[in-house]
Design a protein around this ligand. Structure first.
Ligand code: AKG
Ligand code: FE2
Length: 355
């Protein structure tokens, strides 16, 4: 390839050790479309916490109403009583932290750059850097396909820490069960068949686990951990750092800071594929992550997508003469590729599918 000396090391963690000031590629630009103030506003109410046990077992009206209001107001909610062992959640967090604390030479074995240059979705590193003026995020990640199970590429799965693979396997099973219960509750709210959303996921449906690492950043006033985006898949199950906040959600032009939680709830958010499937009834919220001057932060996101060969579009049962389709259909695979193109430019693909 031609001279590309503008490319930075594929590890922000490594960069953070070596620089006093973040390089210009990481700094907010003059015409930042979604604002300069990274401080974030306190939420006017806590993010609703839904008791998943109650919601699933008895179609509890109060929990269902909370879910509806959370989906309408935020696109985000927390679930408690989800049945995942707290020890498993702790192990996954610890294994993630231990992985990111390994020497760079060890992490590089899982690099998302083939031969140090060709980007692939899976592996350790950060976003694909396509252009010199692309604004970069102050985070590293390990991105792994966990489902379909027979498509796992174990070459990307760390062998250290030793518990990593087993923990991730178990976490994948538990998280999937939680995601299915949530999808059933959402289908009930939509007054469609209870399994209609669950049935969108065949045995070829994709699940990615993404371990996010945000090193301390010397300029949290000028640098984002992850730029504004909506998650591309159907639903995201997020395990957040118990001690360090950073996630912010955009609502009516204001960025609200999501506080940390210490009681083992999981944060759920709607992705844009769900927005399309529900014909815009449930919206994929725009969110971003800010950095912290002193502390590192970790989060683990499970992204639930459909079979990449499947066409995504509004679910027929939700359409009628008064509610015609508002989004064009598109093959999930093409949608994913287009999403990443948009993401690097800070745009939302779903807006270009509106009819
Ligand atoms: O770190 C977080 O809290 C959120 C991460 C996120 O938005 C993502 O991985 O898509
Ligand atoms: Fe996200």
């Amino acid at each position: 390839m031609a001279a590309e000396s503008w490319r930075l090391p594929n590890s922000v963690q490594q960069l953070a050790v070596n620089v006093q000031e973040p390089p210009s590629q990481y700094l907010l630009r003059e015409q930042e479309p979604l604002g300069w103030n990274l401080a974030g506003t306190k939420m006017p109410e806590p993010i609703p916490t839904i008791d998943l046990g109650l919601l699933s077992a008895s179609s509890d009206a109060e929990e269902a109403a909370k879910l509806r209001s959370a989906l309408q107001n935020w696109g985000f909610f927390q679930v408690s009583n989800h049945g995942m062992e707290t020890s498993l959640m702790d192990s996954v967090m610890t294994a993630s932290r231990d992985f990111f604390h390994l020497p760079i030479e060890e992490k590089r074995k899982y690099s998302n750059l083939i031969d140090g240059k060709h980007f692939q979705i899976e592996g350790y590193g950060n976003d694909q850097v396509k252009t010199q003026d692309q604004r970069l995020d102050w985070s590293d990640r390990l991105h792994l396909k966990v489902e379909p199970e027979n498509e796992r590429n174990l070459a990307h799965w760390p062998i250290y820490p030793k518990s990593f693979r087993d923990d991730l396997h178990e976490y994948t099973l538990q998280s999937k069960r939680i995601k299915d219960s949530i999808l059933q509750a959402m289908a009930k709210l939509l007054e469609i068949d209870e399994d209609c959303l669950v049935n969108q996921f065949s045995d070829k449906a994709l699940t990615y686990a993404r371990f996010n690492y945000y090193p301390p950043c010397p300029r949290p006033d000028l640098v984002l951990g992850i730029k504004p985006h909506s998650d591309v898949f159907v639903l995201t199950v997020l395990l957040m750092d118990k001690d360090v906040a950073g996630l912010q959600v955009l609502r009516e032009g204001t960025w609200y800071s999501v506080p940390t939680v210490s009681n083992y709830t999981l944060l759920i958010n709607v992705g844009v594929t769900m927005e399309i499937m529900t014909n815009g009834i449930f919206k994929g919220p725009v969110h971003r992550v800010v950095t912290n001057a002193e502390k590192e932060r970790i989060s683990v996101a499970m992204f639930y997508g459909v079979d990449p060969e499947k066409e995504i579009g509004p679910i027929e049962d939700l359409l009628n003469e008064e509610q015609p389709a508002r989004y064009r259909k598109m093959k999930a695979q093409d949608f994913l590729i287009a999403h990443y193109e948009h993401f690097t430019r800070g745009e939302r693909i779903v807006d270009s599918l509106k009819m």
